[in-house]
Unconditional design. Structure first.
Length: 170
């Protein structure tokens, strides 16, 4: 018997927790990690092992990931109630806006994982053979630098980031 596809049951949490998890799991950093272990089928053991950065609800990066993921996922009026709970608009996005939000989400999640700029570059370079990543990487790194400047992050000093509430990985 083959493993069934993993599914998530929500025992606790709210729409912001859903959007946060969607955002993290939809990002290149989380996808890259999963691809280190998955060739054809994602089973429970691998899915349960994907690290999800823990961040408080007050964390600016978490709040931004929720906002971005919520807006990207709320593609039409079926998501009205969910989008309202998140405080985001719903409906289709033009392709440029959508891509910008995806790039920013990748950057925000990279910071939530505590990844350096070099780590982000390696993730993109090794993500998928033959993919044309240069433009997306450039945009992600722009957002990465913007958030690093905004929150004074360099991911070299874990204790300082933990004290600032921007890193909680212990």
């Amino acid at each position: 018997m083959r493993d069934a596809d993993p599914l998530l049951l929500w025992e606790r949490g709210d729409e912001t927790d859903e959007a946060y998890l969607i955002g993290v799991l939809s990002s290149i950093p989380a996808d890259w990690y999963a691809r280190r272990f998955v060739e054809k089928h994602l089973d429970y053991y691998i899915f349960n092992g994907i690290p999800i950065p823990r961040a408080s609800s007050e964390n600016q990066l978490r709040r931004r990931a929720v906002n971005l993921a919520g807006r990207l996922a709320a593609v039409d009026d079926r998501y009205t109630d969910w989008a309202e709970a998140l405080g985001v608009d719903y409906g289709p996005l033009d392709e440029d806006t959508k891509q910008e939000k995806i790039c920013e989400l990748d950057a925000v999640v990279a910071h939530l994982y505590g990844l350096s700029r070099d780590h982000v570059e390696v993730i993109f370079e090794t993500f998928h053979d033959g993919w044309d990543y240069d433009e997306r990487l450039e945009r992600v790194l722009d957002y990465y630098a913007d958030w690093a400047d905004r929150l004074d992050l360099d991911h070299a000093n874990r204790e300082a980031e933990q004290a600032a509430g921007t890193r909680n990985d212990d």
